[in-house]
Design a protein around this ligand. Structure first.
Ligand code: IPD
Ligand code: CA
Ligand code: CA
Length: 267
């Protein structure tokens, strides 16, 4: 394993311990609202500090871009760690056992190492650019579906941006006609990891953030999948409008999105 991936795994496991210990006393967790239908807990913050401490000890000159504490460390370094300490906070708060720790390392803006850890099931998804992607050390491969027939497509509702409700539901409705079923798990990082593992055939969501997707994107790519924005381009890096799956599934999803594109969804 690449030494930097090794450190990322160590950091993710430490955060996973913090989160799992907290699930035993959920009533003690402090919850704050940071935006519309957007919550942060003392556990998100503690997990994030744990991750930063582990990585900074090994790599004191690297930089960090984290969901809760923003940018820290060396902003000029070519090495930047993109961290979502707890992806699926709403599930966590409600006691629904489906959430993850997501850590990606970007070198000169390109993701080279990725870890998504599901601490509940002890499932560790890892990838190194050009080397492949694994689930608990076994190679993962994206689904081989040729179109939407018989597929399970994961998605996330635009719960923080409800003004997208109408476009979202129109796209959902057209897609649902053709798929076998849809899933809304509540952790985008795990949705992408599940695309990588072929557990779901594809994934789409509006307005995700870099820390939701950075690690998952490499997992998908290293499993034979692709990631695009809603027009088939690369705008998702900024817009967070994301479609993932094997190239045929992505093409089929894009076909369902196209009739409902608005300027905001075309970025
Ligand atoms: C959220 C989850 C969720 C997605 C949201 C994300 P958070 O991350 O990934 O599945 O629908 O848009 O913000 O807030 O739990 O880290
Ligand atoms: Ca997240
Ligand atoms: Ca989070």
């Amino acid at each position: 394993m690449h030494p930097m991936l090794n450190i990322a795994v160590r950091a993710a496991r430490s955060a996973g311990k913090v989160i799992m210990q907290a699930t035993e006393q959920l009533d003690k967790v402090q919850i704050e609202q940071k935006g519309s239908n957007d919550f942060v807990t003392s556990v998100d913050q503690e997990a994030e500090q744990t991750i930063i401490a582990v990585i900074a000890k090994a790599y004191p000159h690297h930089g960090f871009i984290c969901e809760e504490s923003g940018k820290s460390g060396n902003a000029d370094s070519e090495y930047q760690w993109i961290i979502d300490p707890l992806d699926g906070t709403t599930n966590f708060i409600k006691g629904i056992p489906h959430f993850s720790v997501s850590i990606a390392l970007q070198v000169n803006g390109k993701t080279e190492q990725a870890v998504v850890l599901d601490p509940v099931r002890d499932e560790l998804f890892t990838a190194t650019k050009g080397v492949g992607s694994q689930l608990n050390s076994y190679r993962t491969r994206a689904s081989k579906a040729k179109d939407l027939k018989g597929t399970i497509i994961a998605t996330g509702f635009p719960h923080k941006n409800k003004h997208y409700k109408e476009s979202y539901l129109n796209i959902f409705s057209d897609m649902f006609e053709e798929t076998a079923d849809m899933r809304r798990s509540g952790s985008a990082a795990l949705d992408l990891a599940y695309v990588a593992a072929g557990r779901v055939d594809g994934f789409w969501e509006i307005g995700l953030k870099p820390w939701d997707t950075a690690a998952g994107e490499l997992l998908v790519k290293e499993s034979g999948g692709i990631i695009t924005d809603f027009t088939g381009g690369h705008g998702h890096v900024n817009s967070g409008n994301i479609v993932a799956g094997n190239p045929k599934v992505v093409k089929a999803i894009l076909g369902k999105i196209r009739p409902h594109l608005t300027p905001a969804l075309s970025r």
